[in-house]
Ligand binder design. Structure first.
Ligand code: AMP
Ligand code: MG
Length: 281
């Protein structure tokens, strides 16, 4: 199965999120049945990252979006926890600081974009500027409505500079969100994550769905596609995201760079004694 194809939003098409099954798990019956495959993907991801870092020609930007409690933090932890921190970063987008708010909306995204050899994960992203900003009228429609095109241009610019962009919408239902909030209330180690704002935002769920459907319709491009990931089952969410990242990195034509020195010469010069010892042994 090709996960990239299965979950990608075709450029120009409109997804009705209500019609997407959030509990889909493909051919996998349960987490246990998928564990071996997930461990293999983790190792593949680590190997591919090593190659990306060594090759130093391109970079990967992963944007994670989704409703509160859809699992953005969990995805960062599980999927990208397998990466070497030298060469990987996660950046969370919060309410803009004064300095950020004083710049154009893409400024703060651009400064955190990956450099060659790097993988960067955006936990939320520049898309908040057509999501929360739109839902709460933080700027007039005449301002946010122009942003889809600006975002597409921005992402094209990054792509032309060697960055591959993958954007994931973690799909859960309104009912599942409430269930997850309740679970947080019952778990002392996660109560800190709860805010009243989560419940106020929940009241806007249908408005967010509409705003997300517009995002998917207007900004899924051949060069920076959106993927709608069924996220009710956390293990499947992790598996699907990981598969798409692995499939994408595998498609890169990456090579370990050739040595910058004459290896035989170095061997003769600095390891001659060892070689003698070996041959006499
Ligand atoms: P969390 O992801 O739970 O740490 O919360 C971060 C909060 O920052 C969320 O409520 C986001 O909607 C909010 N946020 C992120 N970007 C923006 C933005 N550009 N304008 C306003 N609020 C934002
Ligand atoms: Mg939150």
């Amino acid at each position: 199965m090709n996960y990239s194809k299965l979950f990608a939003v075709k450029p120009g098409s409109r997804v009705q999120l209500a019609g997407v099954k959030s509990g889909f798990t493909g051919k996998h019956e349960n987490k246990t049945a998928a564990t071996a495959e997930m461990q293999r993907d983790d190792r593949r991801l680590a190997d591919l990252q090593y190659l990306l870092y060594a090759d130093h020609q391109r970079s990967l930007l992963v944007c994670l979006q989704g409703m509160d409690a859809s699992g953005k933090d969990g995805t960062v932890r599980h999927v990208f926890g397998a990466l070497d921190p030298q060469g990987a970063r996660a950046h969370s987008f919060k309410v803009p600081s004064q300095e950020e708010a004083d710049h154009d909306f893409l400024w703060r995204a651009h400064v955190h974009a990956p450099a060659k050899g790097e993988i960067v994960i955006f936990n939320r992203s520049h898309y908040e500027d057509v999501l929360i900003v739109r839902v709460h009228d933080l700027v007039p429609e005449s301002v946010w409505s122009k942003r889809y095109e600006l975002i597409n241009e921005f992402e094209r610019n990054l792509t032309l500079a060697g960055t591959t962009i993958l954007k994931f919408y973690l799909h859960i239902t309104e009912k599942e969100q409430l269930r997850r909030f309740e679970k947080r209330l019952d778990d002392p180690t996660r109560q800190w994550k709860i805010s009243e704002a989560d419940y106020t935002e929940r009241g806007y769920f249908p408005e967010y769905v509409k705003a997300y459907e517009d995002v998917l319709a207007k900004t899924s491009t051949a060069y920076a596609p959106w993927f709608v990931i069924p996220s009710k089952r956390k293990w499947f969410r992790n598996l699907a995201v990981s598969k798409i990242v692995v499939e994408t990195l595998k498609s890169f034509d990456m090579k370990v760079p050739p040595p910058t020195v004459d290896v035989d010469e170095i061997r003769r010069k600095f390891h001659a004694d060892e070689a003698k010892e070996k041959s006499s042994a």
